[in-house]
Design a protein around this ligand. Structure first.
Ligand code: MN
Length: 402
């Protein structure tokens, strides 16, 4: 699998500076968008700092989640060191291509990744935004969220806290797939249907990225806007080709061993024999591999569709998976609240310590939301700010929120 990209970023029609940033490195198979925030150009510093740190970490071989954690630290440290930059932060949505054609998307904030496959556009990432959480909790419809005055308030960003929860989405790429990474300046101005229409119509990735920017500006261009379009082509990358060559080598050995008898035979015949042997071996292996893959997938499906609420470093946390893991599938953090064990009643604390299980993400989230509401009800409102999920505003923190 090889990635071919097109990308564009623009200040828009209203803002004075462009605090968005993007990163495209086709040889590393790395793409990213970042949407910075903070007054006095601090947003630009935040997005640029995060993208530089991300590139450096991926180049030195760090997995994408660790690379995002390092990017968070880079922005956080810079904001701590410089009073002009205090409070700055940035979203990040990044993809790295692994061998085997899996694109791993790591995501924090309300920029988005979409996949266009067979003409159909699906959103891969969940927004870490206030309105998105209200939609998940059933307090808003998606239609209400789209026009909500607080729709640009995000609940997770890089640089705001010393630690960050990174959401990961693996995408098994198929040839012909097209991926879009974009900032909210596109998605708040242009509907998903119109985005899909442009991505379907314009085959050239660079022209497609440009047309998306133009569409956002024609719709008013109220925010900085960034689009990275990534096409997956059916060509082996260097790493995949090397792996394939390694695989072919041992299978070729038996053919070399009985080549004494085939000495006079012209080389093409020998090569064909070797190919048949490899084909026979693969045919014999295929059912075993298939059965193992189906079993593995079924176990994973069971382990990954379950959710539970437990503690992570004293914080009430929604986990995906089964507590303690299940046949090698370890639970992962889906969402960590800022509610601490001391904020709970004795009974709630015991339930969370045992890891309260749910059959769906929404019911686990609803339970966590109920714990927060319960706690807010028991404590005076002035002290509850620490219990709501940490909020970082996309508009500069100096701007007042209605
Ligand atoms: Mn934005």
């Amino acid at each position: 699998m090889r990635l071919v990209t097109g990308s564009a970023t623009d200040v828009g029609r209203v803002r004075e500076g462009n605090e968005d940033g993007l990163l495209v490195d086709e040889t590393m198979g790395l793409v990213a968008v970042a949407d910075g925030m903070g007054g006095h150009q601090a947003g630009e510093v935040a997005s640029a700092t995060a993208l530089e740190a991300l590139r450096a970490a991926v180049r030195s071989g760090r997995p994408i989640r660790d690379a995002i954690v390092e990017a968070n630290e880079a922005v956080y440290d810079k904001a701590e060191d410089n009073s002009q930059l205090r409070g700055m932060g940035t979203t990040i949505t990044a993809g790295t291509l692994a061998t085997g054609g899996t694109l791993l998307i790591a995501h924090v904030g309300d920029s988005r990744a979409y996949l266009l496959r067979d003409g159909e556009l699906t959103q891969i990432t969940d927004d870490h935004s206030l309105v998105e959480e209200m939609v998940r909790d059933g307090q808003l419809t998606p239609e209400q969220a789209a026009v909500h005055p607080q729709r640009s308030i995000i609940t997770r960003a890089l640089g705001i806290e010393a630690e960050v929860d990174v959401a990961l989405y693996p995408v098994e790429l198929r040839p012909g797939d097209r991926l879009l990474l974009c900032s909210d300046g596109l998605t708040t101005m242009v509907s998903a249907d119109d985005i899909a229409a442009i991505l379907r119509r314009e085959s050239h990735p660079q022209r497609a990225a440009r047309q998306l920017i133009d569409a956002a500006n024609e719709a008013g261009g109220e925010d900085n806007v960034t689009a990275v379009v990534v096409d997956a082509l059916d060509e082996p990358s260097l790493a995949v080709a090397a792996a394939a060559a390694e695989l072919a080598e041992p299978a070729a050995e038996p053919a070399v061993a009985d080549s004494d008898t085939a000495d006079q035979a012209p080389p093409p015949v020998a090569r064909r024999g070797r190919g048949r042997r490899l084909a026979r071996l693969l045919l014999w292996l295929l059912p075993i591999v298939l059965v193992a893959a189906v079993a593995f997938g079924a176990i994973g499906w069971y382990a990954r569709r379950t959710f539970y609420v437990g503690f992570d470093r004293d914080r009430v946390t929604v986990y995906r998976g089964v507590k303690g893991g299940f046949l090698g599938w370890d639970p992962t953090i889906d969402r960590r609240t800022s509610l601490r064990s001391k904020d709970l009643t004795e009974a709630q604390r015991a339930a969370v310590r045992d890891g309260k299980q749910f059959g769906s993400k929404s019911s686990a989230n609803a339970y966590a939301a109920r714990l927060i509401r319960d706690h807010n009800r028991r404590t005076p409102p002035t002290t509850t700010t620490t219990t709501s999920t940490t909020i970082a505003g996309v508009p500069p923190p100096t701007a007042s929120v209605p």
